[in-house]
Design a protein around this ligand. Structure first.
Ligand code: PHE
Length: 457
């Protein structure tokens, strides 16, 4: 067993774990990313959503269980958890590299994640100060463009968001992470329900639902499949050590299978509900779902400016997005901080603040990639796009693939069955899906994406 096993914190109870895991899963991915990817796949949104749902069920859920299993069995930060489980099962210690990919990948995501969260803080602030008053699409575009062109504003809000995230992590697992989620998650859910109802009254919900669930096979286009899978990974926080770290604080009694089902269902439900709210306003005000990150920052303020009580709606909407982003960001910082505290015995607060410095610096470079440094391109992308592309299209799926191989083929059935205490039939189903469907699914999408896609287009 790991060195730190006896002194590690544990969540207060099973529901606390479900809450923090949902907090990690539901974030900018479900709101900002989901709406703009869906908006961009005009005509094939139904396909994108269907692929996303299928990937959540067939790839995401089994992987979520596997990742938590490693964390709980290994009783340590992702690097130590991989090392302990590899050792226990007689495998090479090099499997710990997977833990490294996770904890470093999470920091990389956090760098640009906190920049986007900064945009939300800026809009929240503007809404508090009387609302983002835009009457035409050009005005909305100009307002968003002005934020993007201002390194000062971007850096300021990014800095604030990193500080907010670090402050929670510094307070510890139960006193920080769990406490923050206990407050923010119920509020987030309440706000979302109110926004959806309000959206249904003033917006056009039938049009939104038609847009989201209109499945046409001829709309299956190259790219939509990988988008759907990438989104399933991102929105379930898979492969980046976040869920593994959270799993390491889980007690032995909790049933991983049922817990994960809750997490996946809640993640999907909140994602679809916020999509319905966003699109119903978009269509209700005769707007089109713009492509790119502009959707919730250009289209929605336009709807807010025209609707009765729009500024109140805007305040609550941005608060909702900020809570969602914040609870995810803390799960991105935790893996590295737990490694630092466990490896060097550093005090948690000091570990948290020192980890936040490189993240903050990389984030500053991301802020500049929209303006001063927009000329610096890597593989034709600005830094912001490069980081997102690397993380969601490569690191997360590849890390997911490695987790499936490790738990499905290397860990041994005895250990796996000891952690996943499901009825034999259900266990067999999960185990086989993890061993065959997950690796083959990820590999196929990869081959398609890297080799076939350009040919087919
Ligand atoms: N799931 C989060 C979101 O949807 C992002 C995230 C990815 C969090 C990976 C942790 C790990 O916004």
């Amino acid at each position: 067993m790991s060195q730190a096993a006896s002194t590690r914190s544990t969540w207060s109870n099973r529901w606390a774990f479900i809450l923090v895991a949902i907090g990690s899963a539901v974030g900018l991915g479900n709101i900002w990313k989901f709406s703009y990817i869906a908006g961009a796949s005009e005509g094939s949104v139904g396909v994108f959503i269907a692929v996303y749902l299928a990937c959540v069920a067939l790839i995401g859920l089994p992987l979520l269980m596997a990742e938590i299993l490693i964390g709980r069995r290994g009783r340590g930060n992702p690097v130590v958890a991989m090392l302990n489980t590899a050792e226990e099962s007689g495998n090479s210690p090099y499997w710990a590299l997977l833990g490294w990919v996770g904890i470093l990948g999470a920091l990389m995501i956090l760098a640009y994640y906190s920049v986007v969260s900064g945009w939300m803080l800026d809009y929240f602030w503007q809404s508090l100060a009387g609302g983002v008053d835009v009457k035409t699409a050009e005005e909305a575009e100009r307002t968003f463009g002005a934020l993007m062109a201002s390194p000062m504003r971007l850096c300021f809000w990014h800095t604030l968001f990193v500080a907010l995230t670090t402050a929670v992590i510094a307070r510890g697992v139960v006193g920080g992470i769990e406490a923050a989620n206990r407050i923010m998650l119920p509020l987030l859910f309440l706000i979302l329900v109110l926004l959806t109802l309000w959206g249904a009254v003033v917006g056009d919900m039938p049009a939104a639902l038609r847009f989201m669930f209109n499945f046409k096979t001829e709309a299956i286009k190259p790219g939509v499949v990988i988008d759907g899978m990438g989104h399933a990974f991102f929105s379930l926080s898979i492969g980046m050590g976040a869920i593994m770290a959270y799993g390491s604080y889980l007690d032995k009694k909790t049933n991983i299978g049922y817990t994960c089902a809750w997490i996946a269902i809640a993640g999907v439900f909140i994602g679809l509900l916020s999509g319905a709210a966003i699109f119903s306003l978009t269509f209700g005000y005769g707007l089109t779902p713009a492509a790119g990150p502009g959707l919730i920052l250009q289209t929605l303020p336009l709807a807010f400016s025209h609707m009765p009580g729009g500024w109140v709606f805007a305040i609550f909407f941005f608060l909702f997005v900020i809570f969602a982003a914040w609870t995810s960001a803390i799960s991105l910082l935790e893996p590295f901080v737990s490694w630092l505290t466990e490896r060097y015995g550093i005090h948690r607060a000091r570990a948290a603040w020192s980890t936040s410095v490189p993240v903050w610096l990389l984030g500053l470079a991301v802020c500049l990639s929209f303006n001063e440094w927009s000329g610096f391109k890597f593989f034709g992308r600005i830094l912001f796009d490069l980081l997102d592309h690397l993380a969601t299209r490569f690191m997360m799926p590849l890390s997911g693939l490695a987790i499936a191989i490790f738990v499905g083929w290397r860990l041994g059935k005895t250990i796996v069955a000891d952690e996943i205490r499901l009825k034999p039939r259900l266990f067999g189903l999960w185990f086989n899906v993890l061993r065959f469907v997950v690796p083959v699914g990820i590999a196929l999408v990869f081959v398609y994406e890297l080799v076939l896609r350009d040919w087919l287009q």
